[in-house]
Design a binder for this molecule. Structure first.
Ligand SMILES: Cc1cc2nc3c(=O)[nH]c(=O)nc-3n(C[C@H](O)[C@H](O)[C@H](O)COP(=O)(O)OP(=O)(O)OC[C@H]3O[C@@H](n4cnc5c(N)ncnc54)[C@H](O)[C@@H]3O)c2cc1C
Length: 412
């Protein structure tokens, strides 16, 4: 990293980024912050990304890239590297867990005329971030990624802003033209702005189990991505390149500690698969709470919110990370235009359009998904199954279903 520092009369170090006096500042090197850095770096802007961790997060979180997101990664020049790291999935299934009846299967061939990527790619976000960071480092000297720098606060001066960060060399003040908050669901920037983050937390917790066994050998006709409805304990099965993830609803009466015991995990898997024995290595297991929340505003002056800092939703349908990357796509377009001289109001358009999409599309879609997964009422369950079968029987409705599931419904 090349910068020169000097101390002001309070003893705080100010960082002078040389000719990039007012670069774009991005806080957070998650999938969303790095996507934004890539999209802006490609346009030639000076960008500085600050990440509090010393290395990119290895956490097992999002793992699905939808076709619309693959199109963005293609436009940013990283698609070949991303495709090499993931497994393409050409269909998704919906099952009744109890009866083991396959209700519907949707083949992505139905959208082959709509996109160059008629499949979803299973690729963990910890892999995606590494691919993007490697690409940025190799191709974009105008993008600097500073690891081990924690954002603390900012001041908006009207014509520019300054941010205080805790760096490996101590507190630093950095000037920028805009501050992009991609600092995740607990965003310190959103908190400094005192913005509401209204919504709800689900009563259910999710239990994620990662193992090295391919469950398709044990569960006849199981596809690579399967959602299993059940009033008591719904299940999601995702086959990733070298690991299988199974997500269970954790029942109210179960304690987190008991559920995570290796023997409890094994018994749960055996019960789900209907087998007496299963040889596998546990790759990881976690229990997490799930929320639906949207920030009050996505823009305040020179600060722009995106990704989990702006909105979080339940993971049904795999829309969290994807919608954050879509925010990055939309914001990079609007911010690029503003920096090239178009009206600043384009940033309000970004903020309103993406907030509206988070509130009225993602939140409603993922909540309906959840309701269907967990439905207990017999009439609701019968209607849900019949509706899925009706859609699967009509090619035009399958196409519409997959376009929506692939998040092609945002008007750019
Ligand atoms: C357990 C779990 C499972 C999930 N499963 C799915 C799924 O199956 N499908 C799906 O689509 N989504 C899923 N999600 C959501 C998905 O992971 C997020 O939507 C996605 O990570 C959002 O990316 P982001 O870059 O906005 O935020 P993050 O990935 O949270 O990245 C934020 C980054 O900012 C850094 N940061 C935070 N504060 C500061 C600071 N003060 N200074 C500097 N850096 C900072 C963090 O260290 C982090 O690297 C899951 C989330 C969780 C928690």
């Amino acid at each position: 990293m090349t910068f020169r520092g000097h101390k002001n009369n309070e003893g705080r170090c100010f960082v002078d980024f040389g000719s990039d006096e007012h670069p774009i500042l991005i806080i957070g090197a998650g999938p969303v912050g790095l996507s934004l850095a890539l999209a802006l770096g490609k346009q030639g802007f000076a960008v500085h990304v600050f990440e509090q961790l010393d290395d990119l997060s290895p956490e097992a979180r999002a793992s699905t890239l939808h076709p619309s997101t693959l199109e963005m990664l293609a436009a940013w020049g990283v698609i070949d590297a991303v495709l090499k790291c993931g497994s393409p999935v050409n269909r998704m299934q919906f099952w009744e867990r109890e009866t083991r009846a396959l209700i519907a299967e949707f083949h992505y061939d139905a959208i082959a005329g709509d996109t160059a990527y008629p499949y979803r790619l299973q690729c963990p976000q910890s892999v995606l971030t590494r691919v993007i960071k490697t690409h940025l480092t190799a191709h974009y000297p105008n993008v600097q990624i500073h690891m081990g720098w924690r954002f603390e606060s900012f001041t908006d001066h009207g014509d520019h802003l300054s941010a205080i960060l805790d760096s490996p060399a101590g507190a630093q003040t950095v000037n920028g033209c805009y501050l992009c908050a991609a600092d995740g669901s607990k965003s310190a920037i959103r908190q400094q702005l005192n913005l509401g983050f209204e919504g709800m937390t689900y009563e259910d917790r999710f239990l994620l189990v990662a193992l090295d066994a391919d469950l398709r050998d044990l569960f006849p006709n199981l596809g690579p991505v399967s959602y299993m409805f059940d009033p008591r304990e719904w299940v999601i099965v995702l086959h990733l390149p070298d690991v299988t993830r199974v997500v269970f609803r954790l029942r109210d009466e179960e304690s987190r500690e008991d559920a995570l015991q290796p023997e409890s995990l094994r018994l749960r898997l055996l019960q789900f698969l209907g087998v007496d024995d299963l040889t596998f290595n546990l790759v990881g297991a976690s229990v997490y709470a799930v929320h639906q929340r949207v920030a009050e505003h996505f823009r305040v002056g020179r600060v722009l919110l995106l990704g989990d800092a702006a909105h979080i939703n339940n993971p049904m349908g795999g829309m969290g990370m994807n919608s954050g990357i879509h925010d990055a796509d939309c914001l990079s377009n609007r911010l690029g235009r503003v920096l090239r001289g178009e009206p600043d109001s384009l940033l309000d358009d970004y903020a309103e359009a993406r907030r509206d999409y988070a509130l009225h599309h993602i939140r409603e879609y993922t909540h309906q998904y959840y309701r269907d997964m967990a439905a207990t009422d017999a009439t609701h369950r019968a209607q849900r199954d019949q509706s899925m079968r009706d859609i699967a029987a009509d090619p035009e409705r399958v196409r519409a279903f997959l376009l929506k599931a692939s998040m092609f419904d945002f008007k750019k």
